[in-house]
Design a protein around this ligand. Structure first.
Ligand code: SAM
Ligand code: DTB
Ligand code: SF4
Length: 324
């Protein structure tokens, strides 16, 4: 895989080597968190958290084979397939998200890539959500350059497309599209002028060296993604990754800290998997530099902490919601 040819690192972007990134992971926990928190304070309000709410606008029946995903048609999960939601259903969900305090609304669809007709309908949704004064984000699978341009022209603020893992682990998780396909979509999004939301998943049985590899790839994107979701695998029965050995939460917090050090100006999002973390673990993630969350009781098909629980946690920690 000729990955190096996909990147052009700008002169002000100094990328640590994978070995140096592994060394960061290996620091004593307090030293790593001190370092990450110091970087965080240089670039952000240390108590401000951006809130994004997710909505699955088209659920299940996806032809791809992503080993973590409950929406793949190839995995025997309990997810009920549904067709594209109506404009009114999306508007109501976005209205609720705004009332609860979210600043961004992210629409996800279980597609390999959108068909032109699908894209037109999602564009209507984007326009409707914008009218409510929310930032918009979409994650619809692979995009061709003209599709990215169409979304940009409709006013889409962010496009989410994750690289998911280190390149050498990727083929163990997904076989129906390769790493380069992901990079091509990210380049189309960037070229169209949208903000890039790109991250990955940890807790899939990868080694620490592979976690360093994932963050190395993310930090090497040039420019770096504005938004970096770090997902902790949500293990869903019926998916190939169900039963994977659980990641030590402190290793997850280390991953957040290293992401913050490598991508000082990006929003690092504490994403899927928050239900597996205690309040204390989440507080350490915020200290380590996470400054965005998925907010609302559902991710796409799986659970997320209740709004009231998050509001209570924010109150106890003195955190406040903040725009991007
Ligand atoms: N189908 C589109 C795609 O794959 O690009 C968009 C939706 S897909 C569900 C978006 C991202 O959700 C995936 O790239 C993956 O990082 C994350 N994801 C999916 N299932 C997950 C799980 N069980 N645990 C953690 N993250 C997950
Ligand atoms: C991202 O990185 N995580 C979100 C969002 N981008 C689209 C999705 C998480 C999905 C978790 C499993 C589910 O609820 O189906
Ligand atoms: Fe499909 Fe996206 Fe799930 Fe992969 S992650 S199976 S592409 S919905």
């Amino acid at each position: 895989m000729p990955l190096s040819s996909t990147k052009s690192v700008t002169s002000e972007q100094t990328i640590l080597s994978r070995v140096e990134i592994e060394a960061l992971f290996g620091l004593p926990f307090n030293d790593l968190l001190y370092k990450a928190h110091s970087v965080h304070r240089q670039h952000f309000d240390a108590n401000g958290i951006q809130l994004s709410t997710l909505l699955s606008v088209k659920t299940g029946g996806c032809p791809e084979d992503c080993g973590y995903c409950p929406q793949s048609i190839r995995h025997p999960t309990q997810v009920a397939n549904s067709s594209l939601l109506s404009l009114e259903e999306v508007r109501l969900a976005a209205q609720r998200a705004k009332e609860a305090g979210a600043s961004r609304f992210c629409m996800g669809a279980a597609w390999r890539s959108p068909k032109e007709k699908d894209l037109d309908q999602v564009i209507d949704m984007i326009i409707e959500v914008q009218k409510l004064g929310l930032e918009t984000c979409a994650t619809l699978g692979m995009l061709k350059p003209h599709q990215a341009e169409k979304l940009k022209n409709a006013g889409l603020d962010y496009y989410n497309h994750n690289i998911d893992s280190a390149p050498e682990f990727y083929e163990e998780i997904i076989k129906t599209r390769d790493y380069q396909d992901r990079i091509d979509t990210l380049q189309a999004v960037r070229k169209a002028g949208m903000h890039v939301c790109c991250g990955g998943i940890v807790g899939m049985g990868e080694t620490r060296a592979m976690r360093a590899g994932l963050l190395h790839e993310l930090a090497s994107l040039s420019p770096q993604p504005e938004s970096v979701p770090i997902n902790l695998l949500v293990q869903v029965e019926g998916t190939p990754l169900h039963g994977t050995e659980k990641l030590d939460p402190f290793e997850f917090i280390r991953t957040i800290a290293v992401a913050r050090i490598l991508m000082p100006k990006s929003r690092v999002r504490l994403s899927a998997g928050r239900e597996q973390l205690t309040d204390a673990h989440q507080a350490l993630c915020f200290f380590a530099g996470a400054n965005s969350i998925f907010y609302g009781e559902k991710l796409l098909t799986t659970g997320n902490p209740d709004v009231s629980k998050d509001q209570d946690l924010f109150l106890r920690l003195g955190l406040h919601a903040e725009h991007a």
